[in-house]
Design a protein around this ligand. Sequence first.
Ligand SMILES: N[C@@H](CCC(=O)N[C@@H](CS)C(=O)NCC(=O)O)C(=O)O
Length: 205
Amino acid sequence: MVVYKLHYFNLTGLGEPIRFLFHYGGIDFEDVRYEMNEWVDLKKKFPLGQLPVLEIDDKEHVQSMAICRYLAKQVGLAGDSDLENMEIDAVVDTFNDIRLKISTVMWEQNQEVKKEKQKILHEQQIPFYFKKLDEYAEANNGHFACKKLTWADLYIASWSKYFSYAIKEVFNDYENYPNIKKVVDNVLAIENIKKWVETRPDTFC
Ligand SMILES: N[C@@H](CCC(=O)N[C@@H](CS)C(=O)NCC(=O)O)C(=O)O
């Protein structure tokens, strides 16, 4: 039996899409979590000095997107063709473009800069990207790509807790983005995912 060990921080972030994929597929894995204050000493122990890292039978693998694509194939949530995989990758990359902007603002320490960035985020960047993603969800019968459940749906849904902290003003009602909300709600209602979300460690984001 393959032994999986996921190393990530004690929050959702880039670890959560991987956890969602493991739980969706009913695959056992060890969910190793680190606190931020341990990180200075631990950083040098990992290949790129960053997390997540997935150990598969004692070999370390880096880069969350590569890990997600690998697991998506294992659990049957990859595309059925190169074209489908490109469609899935494109929507996930688009989501990550805005996700990264949201994260950058969330972790900004300079309050002046943060305020300025927040304004651009809320007035321009979120409306632009979320409207696009909402259109994808509408055009794909309640999914983000390929008119079927793929890892793009799980990926985006896995960020909901993080977003409910980082951009609660937008995320709590999703009024302007009903198609995104529908996909996210449907993923969160999948039995294995629901069970995981109900029982996962309670972290701030
Ligand atoms: N491209 C990498 C980015 C990983 C990354 O940015 N990880 C952050 C946490 S979300 C990290 O390890 N930060 C601590 C550091 O860089 O020291 C991936 O997708 O895995």
